[in-house]
Design a protein around this ligand. Structure first.
Ligand SMILES: C[S@@+](CC[C@H](N)C(=O)[O-])C[C@H]1O[C@@H](n2cnc3c(N)ncnc32)[C@H](O)[C@@H]1O
Length: 454
């Protein structure tokens, strides 16, 4: 059964460096050209394009198969794609000059390649060659660094609707040779597509990395670029037991703070509906959002309950950013910000909910116990503290995101880390909370909830 008039499988297999494969021979450009051409001719509901693994003809790639006829095309170039789409999909005439027409020869070639591949794999195994997945993990920083540099330079915006390397270099005021090297590397990562020497943004890069796009994530992603410098000190931090290049958030530049809060806001806006649903906004008259950042959570709670008033406590440098978000949400009458230090002093009183989101990980265990005691004092009897964070399983090796985030805190804070459910339960109990429970949320964060009973 084939529900589409045509179903095209395009091999996009990557193989180890130096081994022929469709990905290295440009299958990404074929895919891009195919999707563009199919859409341009209004055939998107007739022709299904599917990416697949090796078809066994790696030396002749890029390869694709068209069903229902089972026509194999080899050595396809982007220039061939319009002809395939027109002739094969619109005129029902396969392109003979590209099609393999000898099934027996094709089968023999594939079986021979398979034997070669097995033999090469056995030889690598016997020689003790580092497995590819291990190697990829070790060198993963190269890909990350190339993308971050692209973001730092705002290169994807400079590429715009298409530009050559010299043009991009002129727009960015960077070195032409080096800019071309970076552009080529980003094209190898499929964030750009190079056609006739002109670079174009991939659909994902255009959507998420360029100024003017509604979903531009660059301002938030610059926070990751800032973290890069911290992570370079990890070895020294492990020796020292704490951050070696420590600068408190208040001492960082406004650029850092803007990018940091933008990153927090992006996550928070996505997660706020989940949190509001899990906690419930009804029966809350007053909430305190400790280290509330952009205010995304307070705004979401206030939007869910028109009788709810929220106070955000954050550093003075963050106050104007939070005000901006509150104003945009037209919540100025019910959501307030106050500058202060969550590490010391009273947090206020009379709250039904104290929300502590993504705060505990930047504090030491002693600081968390102290903070939770002050949270309890700020609550009315029957009020709840809700902690949101990356919660580790008891042995602290999972989930992976939380285990790695512990290192993010090691390189960036004096005493922060990711913490486990037993640790949170212990502090909450010691701080005097009752009915302590964990609420699991979809995604990377979870909630720990405690009740002030009297
Ligand atoms: C990881 S962000 C979390 C923001 C927000 N709660 C969320 O979940 O999106 C940590 C927040 O704590 C604030 N912060 C850090 N140190 C603080 C301090 N000593 N006093 C008050 N706020 C602080 C930061 O400015 C930032 O907004």
């Amino acid at each position: 059964m084939e529900p589409f008039r045509f179903h095209v499988f395009v091999c996009d297999q990557e193989k180890p460096e130096g081994v022929p494969c469709c990905a290295a021979r440009g299958s990404g450009q074929i895919l891009e050209a195919l999707r563009r051409e199919v859409n341009a001719r209004g055939l998107e509901d007739e022709v299904q394009v599917t990416v697949c693994g090796s078809l066994g003809l790696c030396e002749h790639g890029p390869n694709l198969i068209v069903y229902p006829e089972g026509i194999w095309y080899s050595g396809v170039t982007p220039a061939d794609v319009p002809e395939i789409v027109r002739s094969h999909f619109q005129e029902d005439t396969p392109v003979e000059r590209l099609a393999r027409t000898d099934p027996a020869g094709l089968r023999a070639e594939i079986l021979t390649n398979r034997q070669k591949m097995f033999a090469a794999r056995r030889a690598r195994e016997a020689a003790g060659v580092l497995p590819d997945d291990l190697n990829d993990r070790i060198r993963g920083f190269q890909e990350s660094r190339a993308v971050l540099t692209g973001l730092e330079l705002d290169l994807f915006t400079a590429v715009g609707d298409g530009a050559g390397a010299e043009e991009v270099a002129a727009r960015l005021d960077t070195h032409p040779r080096a800019t071309e090297m970076l552009l080529n590397a980003l094209a190898s990562l499929r964030l750009l597509v190079k056609r006739d020497g002109v670079f174009h943004n991939s659909p994902a890069a255009a959507r998420y990395f360029t100024a003017g796009s509604r979903d531009n994530a660059r301002p938030a992603l610059l926070h990751t670029a800032h973290l890069w410098h911290r992570w370079s000190t990890l070895t020294d931090c492990v020796r020292a037991g704490t951050a070696v290049a420590h600068d408190e958030i208040a001492g960082r530049g406004q650029d850092w703070t803007e990018a940091f809060i933008a990153a927090m806001h992006r996550n928070a806006s996505e997660r706020a509906p989940l949190v509001v649903r899990a906690v419930g906004a009804e029966n809350i008259r007053r909430m305190l959002d400790v280290g509330g950042g952009s205010g995304a959570y307070s705004i979401a709670f206030a939007q869910a309950n028109s009788g709810l008033r929220a106070d955000i406590l954050d550093l003075p440098a963050v106050e104007p950013i939070a005000r901006r978000h509150i104003q945009e949400a037209e919540m100025g009458d019910r959501v307030q910000v106050r500058g202060g230090d969550l590490r010391t002093g009273r947090l206020g009183e009379g709250y039904d909910l104290v929300f502590v989101s993504a705060i505990c990980h930047m504090l030491s265990p002693e600081e968390n116990l102290d903070l939770l005691r002050r949270c309890r004092e700020a609550l009315v009897p029957g009020g709840r503290v809700v902690i949101q964070d990356f919660i580790l399983e008891a042995d602290k090796t999972a989930p992976r995101f939380a285990a790695l985030f512990a290192l993010n805190m090691l390189v960036g804070t004096r005493g922060g880390s990711s913490y486990s459910e037993p640790e949170y339960s212990g502090w909450l109990g010691e701080a005097g909370f009752r009915e302590i429970r964990r609420a699991r949320l979809p995604g990377i964060t979870g909630l720990m909830i405690g009740l002030r009973s009297r």
